[in-house]
Design a protein around this ligand. Sequence first.
Ligand SMILES: [Zn+2]
Length: 71
Amino acid sequence: MSTALATETAVAARRPHEQSAARLFEPSRSTLEDSILGAWEDLTARGHAECPVCAGELGAAGCDTCGSELS
Ligand SMILES: [Zn+2]
């Protein structure tokens, strides 16, 4: 555990932009899909959900806070 953490930290320190880009786009894409699917299930089951974009209140007409809609 500590060895893996040290390696990850060393790589991140050497290539901060590549690391952050990979974390922003690759892993979070499936996480975002999971969040949207989960929000969609909550929305259909309860009529409201947590917005996967801004964590605001998401209703049938979309997010009250950021205007996102699930489609
Ligand atoms: Zn929102």
